[in-house]
Design a protein around this ligand. Structure first.
Ligand SMILES: [Zn+2]
Ligand SMILES: [Zn+2]
Length: 239
């Protein structure tokens, strides 16, 4: 191909890179992953054997260790399509640094599938707050909630506000983390009788989800469940 033809071709068929493996490929509009990585997502699905309350690993017939140690008492049930591993983890990272919408689409589609047909009244995005996101203007939980709303028809209700800045979780010893997020969020408005689904990108320690769920329950919510794109089985530095 001569140079002009090459330029025309790249204009008509721009090369994009797979968000997971970085493989250049012809752009398939609306798709974040190459075919191989899309298939790879199936390999990091949360197994059916996970604890239904928190999605932690669980041996048949035994209560999950996380819930036994306290878990997330204000969260009725947890839903997530993926473990925080492999291609799913890459997409979650891209939710923070971009390209936001492209990374969010396959996650939100899988999240919507997890809750299809379940009787919730509204989606509540985790508040814009932590990890210094205000400065970057990215709010991955609101982005995911908006896309899940489009797929499910459930309304988004911005019921949570942050009460104060939490110190960086990762710099704190584990036993201080819980008290640090405690009372960091509050719910606005009357949520009486509503069955709410808290939406976030990833559940790590569960401390944030527990705190948000407790605030929603305090504002009258009948119950609160948690929907995340991914769940980290080995803990993490916040969330
Ligand atoms: Zn790929
Ligand atoms: Zn559990």
């Amino acid at each position: 191909m001569n140079r002009a033809a090459e330029a025309l071709r790249s204009l008509l068929f721009p090369l994009a890179r797979c968000l997971n493996c970085n493989e250049p490929r012809e752009l398939d509009p609306g798709s974040a992953l190459c075919d191989a990585c899309q298939t790879g997502l199936d390999g990091v699905r949360v197994p059916d054997t996970a604890c239904p309350r928190c999605l932690s690993p669980q041996r048949a017939g035994e209560p999950c260790g996380y819930c036994r140690k306290g878990g997330m008492p204000s969260v009725r049930a947890a839903y997530a399509p993926f473990l925080y591993e492999g291609a799913a983890r890459q997409l979650v990272v891209h939710l923070k640094f971009g390209p936001f919408e492209l990374a969010a689409k396959p996650l939100a589609a899988a999240m919507a599938h997890c809750i299809s047909g379940l009787p919730f009244n509204a989606l509540v995005p985790g508040p814009l707050h932590r990890r210094g996101l205000r400065a970057r203007g990215a709010n991955q939980s609101a982005l995911l909630a908006g896309l899940v709303s489009r797929e499910t028809g459930l309304p988004v209700r911005d019921a949570l506000v942050k009460r104060r800045d939490t110190r960086r979780q990762s710099r704190l010893p584990a036993e201080e983390r819980e008290t640090n997020v405690r009372l960091a969020y509050e719910a606005g408005g009357d949520l009486s009788g509503l069955r709410l689904l808290l939406v976030d990108d990833v559940r790590t320690t569960g401390a944030t989800a527990q705190d948000c769920a407790r605030a929603l329950r305090a504002a009258g919510a009948e119950d609160v469940s948690l929907l995340t794109a991914a769940v980290a089985w080995r803990g993490g530095d916040d969330g």
